[in-house]
Design a protein. Structure first.
Lengths: 113, 115
C-alpha cells in the first residue's frame, strides 16, 4: 500500500527566509503527487501537482516542488516566505492504479516576524 | 463560481444521537469523498463514491454511513456507534473514476463536537 511521510511535523521560519517542507513516498510505480495547503478552520487548497514531464513543478503563491524519482521525494520549497504562508501543508500521492489519495500527516509552517 | 459546500460549519451531537453532515458540489464531478481530520493524524478516508447509487468504505468507515442518490450530493451520517466522533470532517470531489491524475477539491469542513 502507498504511504507518505512528511518528515517534519512543525517548521518555524522567519519572514522572508527560504523554506523547504519534506515529503517522501513509497512506491515503485508511476505516481501522481500533490501538495495542499490548509488555513485554520478551512478545507484544503491545491498548491501544485506533479503528473508527468518536468520534475520541477511551480504552483500558486510562489511555491514550487521537485519530483525526485530515485529518492522517492517531492519536497516543497519557497525562496522567501510571508506571514500569510502560515498554515498546514499536506503532501499526497496516488499511484499504481489506486483510486485512493494517500495523505501525509501534515507539516505546520509557522512564520515569525 | 463552482465549488463544494459543506454545512453546517459547526455541529454538536448528544450522546446516542445520529447527525448528518451535508456536502453539495456544483463542479459536475463524478467522484466524492469524506475524510476525517484529527490533530497530528492527517486525513483519513471514511467513504467514497465514484458514481451515483454506489459507494465504498474507506479506511475508517465503522460508525458512519453515506448515500449517493444524486450526483451533486454526498451526505455523511455519524451514527451513535461512532464512539469518538469529535473531529473536523472534510468533503471532497474529483473528476471521473479513471482520471487518477485529477486533484481533489475540498469543501471548508464541518467541525463536530460532543455535548
Amino acid at each position: 500500500a502507498q504511504s507518505v511521510t512528511q518528515l517534519d511535523s512543525q517548521v518555524p521560519v522567519f519572514e522572508e527566509a527560504p523554506v523547504e517542507l519534506r515529503c517522501n513516498y513509497s512506491s515503485s510505480v508511476s505516481v501522481y503527487l500533490f501538495w495542499y495547503v490548509q488555513y485554520p478552520n478551512q478545507g484544503l487548497q491545491l498548491l501544485l501537482k506533479y503528473l508527468s514531464g518536468s520534475t520541477l513543478v511551480k504552483g500558486i503563491n510562489g511555491f514550487e516542488a521537485e519530483f525526485n524519482k530515485s529518492q522517492t521525494s517531492f519536497h516543497l520549497r519557497k525562496p522567501s516566505v510571508h506571514i500569510s504562508d502560515t498554515a498546514e501543508y499536506f503532501c499526497a500521492v496516488r499511484g499504481g492504479g489506486a483510486q485512493k489519495l494517500v495523505f501525509g500527516q501534515g507539516t505546520r509552517l509557522t512564520i515569525n516576524p | 463560481d463552482g465549488g463544494i459546500t459543506q454545512s453546517p460549519k459547526y455541529l454538536f451531537r448528544k450522546e446516542g444521537q445520529n447527525v448528518t453532515l451535508s456536502c453539495e458540489q456544483n463542479l459536475n464531478h463524478d467522484a466524492m469523498y469524506w475524510y476525517r481530520q484529527d490533530p497530528g493524524q492527517g486525513l483519513r478516508l471514511i467513504y467514497y463514491s465514484h458514481i451515483v447509487n454506489d459507494f465504498q468504505k474507506g479506511d475508517i468507515a465503522e460508525g458512519y454511513s453515506v448515500s449517493r442518490e444524486k450526483k451533486e450530493s454526498f451526505p455523511l451520517t455519524v451514527t451513535s456507534a461512532q464512539k469518538n466522533p469529535t473531529a473536523f470532517y472534510l468533503c471532497a470531489s474529483s473528476r471521473g473514476t479513471g482520471a487518477l491524475n485529477q486533484p481533489q477539491h475540498f469543501g471548508d469542513g464541518t467541525r463536530l463536537s460532543i455535548l
